[in-house]
Design a protein around this ligand. Structure first.
Ligand SMILES: [Mg+2]
Length: 197
């Protein structure tokens, strides 16, 4: 069984790391009104402010310095141990490719987990792949994959990793608040599939 996993917002705490660098608090409830209008992603910045902060963050930390989301490392290790195939699928920009590969080496995943840089085409890439479950935090991506899934159930099952910026997602797809619950779901999902359910 192939599990597609988004990086930022699911494995890596991109926004949190950016906010910490700026000495800001992490996002609290009620702050979900801060969005990039064009992308549906979350920020406490305007787009211009965000790009400036992002450049600074990149210059100082790079994508190597982004903290992990709690439970993500152990969760991924557990999936590998249980012989799941994992694919990281990310819309990170070109400038971050080198850092991402370096980070993959640091994590010990370089030879174990392929990384797909989907270049803004994530939904299409997922729909034309053999991914069984896609874990993502982006409203836009989850909606896109769900539309297809709802039609024929043959594409990847989208599951939502909870973040403030996806709280208004009202699709009937599973939502997970931590990695422990996510892993339990994935393991049970495979067991059910193997039993032909
Ligand atoms: Mg994401």
């Amino acid at each position: 069984m192939v599990i597609g996993i988004d990086l930022d917002g699911v494995v890596c705490d991109f926004i949190g790391s950016l906010l910490r660098m700026e000495g800001r608090e992490e996002l609290q409830g009620g702050q979900q009104d801060y969005y990039f209008p064009h992308k549906g992603d979350c920020a406490v910045y305007t787009e211009e402010q965000f790009m400036k902060a992002w450049d600074e963050f990149n210059a100082q930390h790079g994508f190597i310095g982004i903290k992990m989301i709690s439970g993500a490392f152990d969760g991924i290790e557990e999936l590998l141990k249980k012989k799941f195939e994992i694919v990281f699928i990310t819309d990170r920009k070109k400038e971050s490719f080198r850092d991402t590969w370096y980070w993959m080496r640091l994590m010990g995943w370089y030879d174990k987990i392929p990384v797909v840089f989907s270049d803004g085409q994530k939904v299409e890439r997922v729909l034309h792949s053999n991914i069984d479950i896609l874990v993502d935090d982006s409203l836009e991506i989850l909606k896109g994959v769900y539309e297809e899934y709802e039609m024929n159930f043959k594409t990847a099952l989208p599951v939502c990793f909870n973040q403030t910026w996806n709280s208004q997602l009202n699709l009937t797809i599973p939502r997970f608040y931590d990695w422990e619950a996510l892993i339990e779901f994935i393991v049970n999902y495979r067991a059910r599939k193997n039993e032909g359910c």
